[in-house]
Design a binder for this molecule. Structure first.
Ligand code: THU
Length: 132
């Protein structure tokens, strides 16, 4: 494994303790490296009004964008579970908006890993070109 990927995985694991998930008790965290070289992480942030909750993947992407970073090629998702967790549909759409070539790697507390291209997870996506 490359050192860069190892760093991303480590960042995703470390961020998990920041998850705000008192309702689901399901802690999710994610990390990506922006084109500025920095690593951005995010966690799921829930709300008493459930629909306002934000997933970890979108938190990480929005954090990177808010700091001025843009393109990224790898998104790591971590859950403290026995099996890896795939991004939800809403997050697939957001990942696709900002990183069509992204590799999505899900890790957990076992050796199991899921790795997919976002184009596999969300083929024929709806994007900016559809407005033209
Ligand atoms: N969650 C994520 O953060 N990412 C996903 O891809 C799946 C679901 C969060 C949302 C909610 O806070 C909790 O997991 C349970 O659905």
């Amino acid at each position: 494994m490359t050192k860069q990927l190892e760093q991303l995985k480590q960042s995703a694991r470390e961020a998990n303790r920041h998850s705000y998930s008192p309702y689901s008790q399901f802690k999710v965290s994610a990390a990506l490296r922006g084109d500025d070289g920095n690593i951005y992480s995010g966690v799921n942030v829930e709300n008493a009004s459930f629909g306002l909750s934000n997933c970890a993947e979108r938190s990480a992407i929005f954090s990177a964008l808010s700091a001025g970073a843009s393109s990224f090629d790898t998104l790591v998702i971590y859950t403290p579970t026995a099996t890896p967790v795939s991004p939800c549909g809403a997050c697939r759409q957001v990942i696709s908006e900002f990183a069509k070539q992204a590799t999505v790697i899900s890790i957990c507390d076992s050796d199991q890993v899921r790795q997919h291209q976002i184009s596999e997870l969300l083929p024929a996506d709806f994007d900016l070109n559809d407005y033209r």
